[in-house]
Design a protein around this ligand. Structure first.
Ligand code: PTJ
Length: 258
């Protein structure tokens, strides 16, 4: 269906359609729709905007990715459906590898996502050949590219379940997560959590990385210690503030009548 641009929920409807198409074409898993719905609900609670704590987390993440020796961006079905161009552009701006990593793995999905990334301009896509196991992780997410995530020092993950983040951290890697749900296990266990929609976070991060690289002094050479617990508390506070603004009543409204 062609969604009219004038529709007040245009962007949201387009994103739903991208997920729906991805399911029909077989590269998004059907449960990707549920994950997307959960994300939408949290985005509503945040006011569908990049909050100040999210912006600060994005900045810290970009500094860390630019400083990393072997950064990798992990891509799943929803990411490939919603932001293929952005994920490829970010990987180029920060010189990171792109690796496909799927919870509901199938060779067919892997090949389709690889094709989408290549059509969006990616060079080599990792995670489609021989795999090595992340210790202590039973799901298919545990099988990663020996030249990609296995060797990485910093991994950017999006729309993830918490298990892999914890396992990657046990391997000594730094994990940056983009997750609209500040209560999720991924959000709680990452080193830096960006509580924002990937459709806003990735373009923001591309702009930030370009700006940092253009600075005469180059990207910052030192990463300030990022307090993820505090960042999450501030994001939750943003939800509270948004809800209390939306739910506040004037004195006259403060009764449902007699
Ligand atoms: O493609 P696969 O096989 O790897 O499967 C991917 C899914 C997404 C199905 C899988 O990872 C999954 O089940 O994820 P969860 O456990 O539902 O977690 C997804 C998290 O991402 C939730 O906390 C959502 O709130 C969040 N989320 C959803 N959409 C977005 C989002 N965060 C940022 N931007 C979004 N657009």
């Amino acid at each position: 269906m062609k969604i009219p641009r004038s529709h007040p929920r245009y962007l949201s409807l387009v994103q739903r359609q991208l997920i729906e198409e991805g399911i029909a074409k077989g590269y998004v898993t059907p449960t990707g729709m549920i994950a997307h719905g959960r994300g939408e609900a949290f985005d509503y609670l945040l006011g569908e905007r990049t909050t100040e704590p999210a912006r600060r987390a994005e900045e810290a993440a970009v500094v860390e990715l630019l400083r990393a020796q072997a950064p990798v961006i992990s891509v799943n079905g929803n990411v490939a459906a919603l932001c293929p161009k952005e994920v490829v552009e970010l990987s180029k701006v920060i010189s990171a590898k792109l690796e496909i990593n799927l919870f509901y793995w199938s060779k067919e999905r892997e090949e389709k996502i690889s094709k989408i990334l290549k059509q969006a301009g990616a060079g080599r896509v990792y995670g489609t050949g021989k795999k090595k196991k992340i210790p202590g992780l039973a799901s298919p997410r545990g099988f990663v590219d020996p030249e990609g995530i296995y060797k990485a020092d910093v991994v950017l993950v999006m729309l993830e379940d918490g298990d892999r983040t914890e396992a990657l951290r046990r391997m000594g890697k730094r994990v940056i997560a983009i997750d609209l749900n500040p209560f999720s296990r991924t959000a709680q266990s990452a080193d830096i959590t960006i509580v924002d929609n990937i459709t806003r976070a990735l373009p923001n991060m591309i702009d930030m990385a370009k700006r940092m690289r253009r600075r005469r002094s180059g990207p910052p050479t030192r990463t300030k210690i990022f307090d993820n617990e505090k960042g999450l508390r501030l994001s939750i506070k943003e939800i509270q503030k948004h809800l209390s603004r939306a739910g506040s009543l004037s004195l006259e409204e403060n009764s449902l009548g007699s």
